[in-house]
Structures are given as C-alpha cells and as structure tokens.
Design a protein around this ligand. Structure first.
Ligand code: HGY
Ligand code: MN
Ligand code: MN
Length: 413
C-alpha cells in the first residue's frame, strides 16, 4: 500500500458498497436497518482491529476509545468540562443517509477518524488523554423524522420517551428498532469529553471556489422542519364539480410556491421535498395531504419571518379552499456558532479558511454542551443528499491529515 490517498481508498472501499443502490448509485442507509447495522458492525471491527473498546450510550450511539474510558474527568455536570482539557477528545460522525444520499455525508467523518488514529499511532504519538471515535445514530432523521436523534438523546435535547415513540413509515418505533427504550441523557459520559471535532464532506462549493481541500466550520444556520397537514374532502375526480371541491392538493401546491417565493425574498432556503397524499389515487380528490417544510436562514429572525409568512399564506389559501390546516414544528436547530477559540485555533493550526454552513450536524447539537469544531472536506460537485455528492481520494487524505493534526494538538499535549 502506498501513500495516504491509497490508505484512504483501501479503507473506504470496505464500506463503499454497503447500502448502495446499484441502479442510481445513491445510498439507502436508514438508521438501524440492515445496511446501517452492517456499518455498525464494521465500526466494531475497525475498533477491535485497533484495540479500541467500544461502548454504547444506550441511545444507539457507539464510542470507540483509544485510551482508558475510565480515565479523564468523570464530571456529572456536563458544563464543568475540565478547563485544563484533561477530558477525552471526541471525533466521528454518522453512518445513516437520506434516501438516495451520497457516499460521503457522515461516513467520511468516521472513516477519517479511524485513519487519523492510525496516522497518530504510526507517528508514535502518545495521547495524554483518550481519543474517542463516535458513530451517532439517525443524524439525518430519514427514518424516524427527527434529525440528530442520537446526539440529541445523549445531550438530553430530546425527551427519551418522545424519541422511543417515533415511528418509521412502516410503523416501527425507534425503541423497537433500537431493541429497547433509549437510555436518554448521559451527563457523566458527556462530561468526559473536553471537545468534539466532526469532519464532514462540504455540502456546497465554497472550498472549490477557495481552491483548498479543507476548511474549519464557523457556524451552522438556524433551521427546522415543519409538518403541514392539509385536510380536505376526498371525492370522485370525475363526478365532483370544481366549485364543490375542498381539495387539499391546491392548498399544498400554493404553499410550496409561497415557501419558494418567501425564501427568495429573504435570501433564505426553503424546501418541500416530502409529501404524503391520501388516498393517493389518480381518480380521487385527496382527503389529506401532508407536506414537510425544511426552512433555513443565516439569522434566527429571518428564519422566523420566513416560516411565519409561509404559514400565513398557507392559512389564507386553506380558508379559500375550505381545507383545514395544521402546522406542527417537528425539529428546531438554533444558530450554532462554533466555539470561537477552538475554531480560530484550528484554522490557525491548519492554515485553513473558516466556513459557515446551512447543513445540520451532530456537531451542531453537541456545540451547546462542549467545545465543538467542524472540518469540511472539498466536494468538487458541491452536491449533497444525492448520488452526485463527491470527494477525491487526495482531498479525503488531506482531511485525514488535518484531523490527525487536530487530534494531536488537542490530545497529545
Ligand atoms: O439536513 C441536514 O442539514 C443534515 O444533512 N442532516
Ligand atoms: Mn446529511
Ligand atoms: Mn451529515
């Protein structure tokens, strides 16, 4: 085996085909389904290969420890991270994908973490505190509907009973998929970590424009998900006069267009990418249409104004259509400003630019609980949540080297 790019490719190829749709090239790695379970087994194999004991937090998250899990502060107050930084350094990401997702979103952070550990060991580095590789469960929310479910359970940002009861499209609960009620917050475990650094493929073209392979994250846009439930009157497509209809599909279509317009007016992002129609028959006026709005903006006020405007326009149209509208917020992520001191330190260390993102990450959840940073790796297409997502082996190897440098800086002095 030759250089770092070849080392990356060799490990990457061990998982590249897991959960891949041979037709589209996209990935179907939903949390706790066979492909993702296979990746969790692979995680354990990698940890075993490196003599890293694997612990679970009882929420579906896995943690592979380099260094004794028993060492380091065992603070029961996650806010009392040891200022001397004697706690463990956490890295890693997620395995799960959106439907037809790309190869790199998530797994790149985990594969890079194991390779970074290898690089440190090969260089004879001696961490003075544990280095921990994490695999967080259900980051995309593609199966149970709430993104960053695993990291939110660990931090207590979602109630364990609510999480237990979340159900997938087949009606399987998260608790059933997990094999039991999630344990919920683990402040003792969280208190053992002095910092979290997540490496992730960039989901945009900023690094292509900058001409560099790696950047440090500065912030995550505030964003959330809202479920629009539109209840009308199901009826026959052929015999129901147009004037007599209460068609929720009309309100839905208007809402989608309104979301697009209101986002453009505000320089924000609004997407309606998921809809469920009942009875979903060509010759039946729908009785129920459910659509999900994903809304994001650089500032909280802009996001709030966007959602308010879309809600108001949908409500006004629903009244005209004789349709009953219910809007429910399913998840919310506040503006995440990563730890400025840590981000500056890493940007200086790596001579890398700083980059905000509109994409959510487990790092965005943990950032409220411990010093957190992100590293982004260049994506030549800039596309994500699609089979077109890409990254070159050389840039991935540059990401591994950057992560190894960061872990050396944080864990070996
Ligand atoms: O939706 C997001 O921003 C992330 O990819 N889960
Ligand atoms: Mn994603
Ligand atoms: Mn991701």
């Amino acid at each position: 085996m030759t250089g770092p790019a070849a080392r990356f490719r060799k490990l990457w190829d061990e998982i590249a085909s897991v959960g891949r749709d041979a037709g589209s090239g996209g990935y179907l790695r939903y949390a706790l389904t066979p492909p993702e379970l296979r990746l969790r087994e692979w995680f354990r194999e990698q940890a075993d290969r490196r003599g890293m004991p694997v612990h679970s937090d009882g929420n579906g998250n896995l943690f592979a420890w380099w260094g004794d899990p028993a060492t380091g502060p065992n603070s029961h107050d996650p806010n009392s991270h040891d200022p001397a930084g004697t706690g463990a350094v956490l890295t890693g990401s997620h395995f799960d994908s959106v439907p037809q997702g790309g190869a790199y979103d998530g797994p790149l952070g985990i594969v890079s973490a194991f390779l970074a550990v290898d690089e440190l060991r090969n260089a004879g580095a001696e961490p003075v505190r544990p280095v921990v590789v994490a695999a967080f469960v259900e980051e995309e929310g593609a199966r149970f509907g709430v993104p960053c479910l695993g990291s939110r359970l660990l931090t207590g940002d979602i109630d364990a009973d609510r999480a237990a009861g979340l159900r997938d499209a087949a009606g399987v609960s998260f608790a059933d998929a997990l094999g039991g009620r999630p344990a919920g917050p683990d402040p003792a475990l969280l208190g053992r970590f002095a910092a979290f650094v997540e490496l992730h493929v960039e989901q945009g073209l900023a690094l292509v424009d900058a001409g560099v392979p790696v950047a440090v994250g500065s912030a995550i846009w505030p964003h959330g998900r809202w479920r629009f439930t539109l209840r009308g009157a199901g009826n026959h497509a052929g015999t129901t006069r147009m004037a007599d209809r209460r068609d929720p599909m009309l309100t839905y279509a208007f809402t989608v267009l309104a979301a697009n317009k209101e986002a453009r007016l505000r320089g924000a992002h609004a997407t309606v990418g998921r809809v469920v129609v009942e009875p979903n028959a060509t010759n039946a006026i729908p009785s129920l249409v459910t659509g999900w709005l994903d809304a994001r903006a650089a500032e909280p006020d802009t996001l709030h104004g966007l959602v308010e405007a879309v809600h108001a326009k949908a409500a006004e149209r629903a009244r005209r259509d004789g349709v009953e509208l219910t809007v429910t917020q399913e998840s919310a992520t506040p503006l995440v400003a990563f730890d400025g001191g840590l981000a500056d330190r890493l940007a200086g260390l790596l001579a890398a630019p700083m980059l905000p993102t509109g994409a959510g990450h487990d790092a965005g959840v943990l950032a409220a609980h411990l010093p957190t940073a992100m590293l982004f790796v260049r994506n030549p297409t800039g596309v994500s949540h699609s089979p077109a997502e890409s990254a070159t082996d050389d840039d991935c190897a540059a990401g591994v080297a950057a992560l190894a440098r960061v872990l050396e800086e944080l864990a070996c002095h």
